[in-house]
Design a protein around this ligand. Structure first.
Ligand SMILES: Nc1ncnc2c1ncn2[C@@H]1O[C@H](COP(=O)(O)OP(=O)(O)OP(=O)(O)O)[C@@H](O)[C@H]1O
Length: 329
């Protein structure tokens, strides 16, 4: 059974197609990164999976249940970290978690859940209105973990977290995945997605423009990594042999140093074996990968464009367009 399956899932708001004919299949236990610039349709997709928004056409199943007809079954088994989570100012953090545990009909120890997300028992005693942005995000994550969900849906989970918080969040995602939880993780912070996701889907203006592992995406986009090798003696005689390798370009050598641009990851080891075959002994090898940012720019905007809303840095979340659940009425 797939954890999430969508077939032709489409949402239109008047003339605007927020999500267009989305076909996705996410396996159980997979950590899936859902990427895209602001307004690409990530939250709208999540809202349809959780039946907060009704699709215009198409269908979706979550944990084998129909997203519309069986949304109650789904909500019992899914932990949700919503975008723009707001707290009940006067209620303590612990009360929030207790509420989440009760809603799930579960028996988790609230303090254990708080501890898992880096909040102490003393933090749990404080009104959540006094929490910092990062603490609120941790609290929301603790609430999402109530009842040991089979699927965690996290909309921009790193919002408001400091670098330590981000590392802890990534560790938590990995831990959950090891326990067999499927994780659907929406973000536009590429590094965070690369750090934890098995596969990524990239949405652009409601359309899925890529679906692969990060490594697979590098392969398909053309990696453009720069390899610099240093040899024990002159390496200039090896330029032609290296330039003849498929996927290797712009080979230059001066003295003991050779530099080449490698378009495909699979060509990198070929550079090393080719040099070894010509009897050259290497003392150093450096690879400067293309930044994730430029790779995603290529995927989203096309190679010629310099403009992209997708950034390596999230910027201020307050600047992002909020998409609130619209309810089913
Ligand atoms: N209730 C609504 N009514 C009208 N348009 C909407 C509504 N909700 C979303 N949209 C539009 O649908 C498109 C997709 O929005 P969505 O919030 O899904 O994007 P997103 O990828 O989650 O963006 P972000 O990264 O900024 O959160 C946007 O153009 C948005 O303005």
């Amino acid at each position: 059974m797939s954890a999430i399956e969508t077939n032709g899932l489409t949402k239109r708001y008047g003339d605007l197609t927020a999500v267009s004919e989305l076909d996705l299949e996410i396996s159980e236990g997979e950590v899936f990164g859902f990427l895209g610039p602001n307004g690409a349709g990530k939250s709208t997709t999540i809202n349809m999976l959780l039946d907060f928004t009704r699709p215009t056409s198409g269908s979706a199943t979550v944990l084998g249940y129909d997203a519309q007809a069986e949304s109650d079954e789904i909500s019992q088994r899914v932990g949700i970290l919503p975008e723009g989570f707001s707290v009940y100012e006067r209620l303590t953090g612990r009360k929030h978690v207790e509420f989440a545990v009760e809603t799930k009909g579960a028996t988790d120890d609230p303090d254990a859940l708080l501890e898992r997300v880096g909040l102490s028992s003393e933090d749990g005693d404080r009104p959540a209105g006094d929490y910092s942005k990062g603490m609120r995000q941790r609290l929301a994550t603790g609430m999402a973990l109530a009842g040991d969900p089979d699927l965690l849906i996290m909309d921009e989970p790193s919002t408001g977290l400091d670098p330590t918080g981000i590392r802890e969040m990534q560790a938590l995602v990995r831990e959950e995945a090891e326990r067999g939880t499927t994780i659907f993780f929406s973000s536009h912070i590429l590094e965070h997605v690369e750090a934890v996701c098995d596969r990524v889907g990239i949405l652009r203006a409601g359309e899925l423009v890529a679906l692969d592992t990060i490594e697979g995406l590098r392969e398909s986009v053309g990696d453009g990594a720069t390899m610099t090798v240093t040899a024990t003696g002159s390496i200039e005689g090896a330029v032609d042999a290296v330039a003849a390798i498929d996927g290797v370009e712009d080979v230059t050598a001066t003295g003991r140093r050779l530099e080449a641009v490698v378009e495909r990851p699979s060509s990198k080891p070929l550079v090393v074996t080719t040099l070894a075959n010509t009897g050259i002994e290497l003392t150093d090898l450096r690879i400067q990968e293309t930044s994730l940012e430029s790779m995603f720019t290529t995927l989203i905007e096309g190679a010629d464009s310099s403009e992209t809303a997708l950034a390596a840095d999230a910027g201020d979340p307050a600047d992002r367009g909020a998409s609130k659940p619209e309810g089913n009425a």
